[in-house]
Design a protein around this ligand. Structure first.
Ligand SMILES: NC(=O)c1ccc[n+]([C@@H]2O[C@H](COP(=O)([O-])OP(=O)(O)OC[C@H]3O[C@@H](n4cnc5c(N)ncnc54)[C@H](OP(=O)(O)O)[C@@H]3O)[C@@H](O)[C@H]2O)c1
Length: 280
């Protein structure tokens, strides 16, 4: 058996087409602000994609490149200005931030209805409450890719490897909302294989290259690889793609899987944020 490849770029382009169409029907222009602190090369690439895509579909985009030594107070000041800026409907502060800055404090200072990444405690709390407002873009990307396979999620065993607030936990909650049985694994999980082997849906978000090998995957499973790792100059995921695709039913490649979908969901969130803004 060879898995069907889930083409993230193709699924994302449908979402972006839809967002672009919706933008053309409204008078106002959705505004996205992107804040980058420091010179992390991977972050610079991700931010570049987000800026380019947002402009390509007709958004107004402001990008702030702050020096790596920018003080926490100055980042907070910028976020507060963007909170008050009526041209900006959604904003993201690219993570990770330099060590001297408290990420939670900065994220918490973003107004929940402008939180395009869906990372604020209010938006995560709403997700726990099944009251979806702005959901984390990568978790939305994972769910969208799973749905694109046509598989019925209800009643399936979903195993999520990784428990971060921005990927693992929200993805598990969103799959739970879809009536899957969600299990979250992490670095202290014993006998990881016993869990992954039981997964009809396997989402892997660890940042550990080739953590998931062929023997750990159930035949026919939907495998979503969120990881981004650089090995010998090549970008790879957390799944041993070449071998796992022999047993999986569907699999996302890295690059070209979750990455492009995350950007599409971020822009969809920004448009949604604009709609929310009209109500506050
Ligand atoms: N494609 C995209 O758009 C996108 C978006 C976001 C993130 N990413 C990528 O996704 C990956 C994860 O990101 P993140 O922010 O969620 O990372 P993170 O905050 O570092 O969390 C990693 C998680 O993986 C778990 N883990 C680490 N080693 C493990 C092991 N050997 N077995 C089982 N679990 C293990 C950790 O467990 P503990 O909690 O026990 O430490 C932790 O919960 C990274 O490669 C990141 O670059 C991609």
């Amino acid at each position: 058996m060879t898995a069907q490849i889930i083409d993230g770029k193709k699924v994302a382009s449908k979402i972006l087409e839809d967002v672009e169409k919706r933008v053309k029907t409204i008078k106002e222009t959705p505004g996205l602000a992107i804040v980058l602190v420091g010179d992390n090369p991977a972050s610079q690439i991700y931010v570049g994609f987000k800026e380019k895509r947002s402009k390509a579909i007709g958004f107004y985009c402001e990008r702030y490149n702050l020096d790596k030594n920018t003080s926490q107070d100055d980042v907070l000041k910028l976020v507060n200005e963007l909170n008050q800026n009526n041209k900006i409907h959604g904003m993201i502060v690219q993570l990770p931030l330099p060590e001297h800055i408290d990420e939670n404090l900065i994220i918490d200072s973003i107004l929940p209805h402008k939180d395009a990444d869906g990372f604020t405690p209010v938006n995560l709390g709403n997700l726990v409450n099944d009251n979806n407002m702005l959901l984390p873009a990568t978790a939305r990307a994972c769910l969208g890719l799973i749905k694109s396979t046509g598989m019925e999620i209800k009643g399936k065993n979903a195993v999520i490897v990784g428990r971060s607030n921005i990927v693992g936990k929200p993805t598990a909650l969103m799959l739970l909302q879809e009536n899957a049985t969600s299990t979250i694994c992490h670095s202290k999980t014993k006998k990881l294989k016993e869990h992954t082997k039981n997964a009809d849906i396997l989402v892997v978000a660890t940042g550990k290259a080739n953590l998931i090998t062929k023997d750990m995957v159930k035949k026919g499973a939907v495998v979503i690889d969120v990881g981004i790792n650089k090995v010998n100059g090549k970008v790879v995921g957390d799944v041993d793609y070449e071998n796992v695709k022999e047993v999986a039913g569907f699999i996302t490649p890295v690059p070209g899987g979750v990455g492009p979908m995350t950007i599409a969901m971020l822009l969809d969130n920004t448009l949604k944020a604009m709609e929310l803004f009209k109500r506050v």
